[in-house]
Ligand binder design. Structure first.
Ligand SMILES: N[C@@H](CCC(=O)N[C@@H](CS)C(=O)NCC(=O)O)C(=O)O
Length: 297
């Protein structure tokens, strides 16, 4: 979706206490366009082809940052009883799969021919180049990363209730996304105001609010740990939250305290926050997508 944007220069969040950076800051690559040289394709490097403004990409990028390999860097005394439980471990180790999966940013408005010819002819992102294979589709990629890379599991391994709820939520994510896009298009209509948007998004967002209350042990969909479910929904929900606030001064978190807390807590996780880059660019991309004038900063 949306147009190409310049990358944020670095990614890493400032969520740590006293301004301390916990996740190593990653220098993000420039966006490659039709006149850019390809990377050394099929040289054994694992690459995630991305766009900096794509919510589908963001799902996978968050997972890539979140899956911290266990390679001896675990601090003494940190007892891990279940993979799924060690949320925010990247804050201790400083790095997810950043060294193992290289990001390659593609200009979707001016795609390089080599991307279409040699990487992924449908020309969409996210796409992963791994061990000579090319894997696409964000939901499939979340499963693929979980199955093929070390690090904390993106879904609970030993809790049938949470596993079933995760399946249900991931399986019903599309209607929520469709409702958000429909409201986005309405927002672009002449004379459309916050009330119109509110009416269009309410059924979907009320379901999200209810789902966030299902497990009381934490602010995320499955309770205390960020999971693949959060990764599936958050890039869309937060993107539209910022867009509706900027375009129509409509606050979708009003009257939805769990949604508000969820977004706040997600942004305290470096693996998540680092995938947003410059928020103004994200809002500008949304404005442009829906044909609205970009506000002057
Ligand atoms: N169903 C795909 C959707 C991916 C998608 O639509 N990506 C957009 C960017 S947000 C894209 O690559 N668009 C380029 C194009 O359609 O030419 C997924 O879940 O990964």
């Amino acid at each position: 979706m949306a147009t190409a944007a310049s990358p944020a220069a670095t990614s890493g969040s400032g969520s740590a206490a006293a301004g301390e950076k916990l996740m190593k800051e990653e220098v993000l690559p420039p966006t490659l366009a039709s006149n850019s040289q390809p990377p050394n394709l099929l040289d054994g490097t694992t690459r995630l082809y991305i766009s900096y403004i794509c919510p589908y990409v963001q799902r996978v990028w968050i997972a890539r940052n979140f899956k911290v390999p266990i390679d001896g860097g675990v601090p003494a005394g940190l007892i891990i009883s279940s993979c799924f439980r060690y949320q925010n471990l990247e804050n201790f180790l400083g790095q997810g799969l950043q060294d193992k999966i290289q990001l390659v940013a593609i200009d979707l408005q001016d795609k390089p021919a080599w991307f279409l010819e040699k990487v992924y002819p449908p020309g969409k992102v996210p796409v992963l180049e791994h061990n000579g294979n090319v894997i696409a589709e964000s939901l499939d990629l979340l499963s693929y990363l979980d199955a093929n890379f070390e690090g904390p599991k993106l879904l609970p391994q030993d809790d049938p209730a949470k596993q079933a709820f995760a399946d249900e939520l991931i399986g019903s994510s599309d209607p929520v996304i469709v409702a958000l896009f429909r409201a986005g298009r309405a927002a672009a209509g002449a004379g459309a105001g916050g009330d119109d948007i509110s009416e269009l998004v309410a059924p979907a967002l009320d379901k999200v609010e209810e789902a966030l209350g299902r497990f009381s042990d934490g602010p995320f969909f499955l309770g205390q740990s960020m999971s693949a479910v959060d990764m599936v929904y958050a890039p869309f929900v937060e993107r539209f939250k910022d867009f509706f606030a900027a375009a129509k001064q409509y606050d979708m978190t009003q009257g939805r305290p769990k949604l508000k807390e969820w977004i706040e807590e997600l942004n305290k996780i470096d693996a998540y926050a680092a995938t947003w880059g410059d928020r103004r660019l994200q809002i500008a991309a949304m404005m442009s997508k829906f044909g609205l004038e970009i506000p002057v900063a």
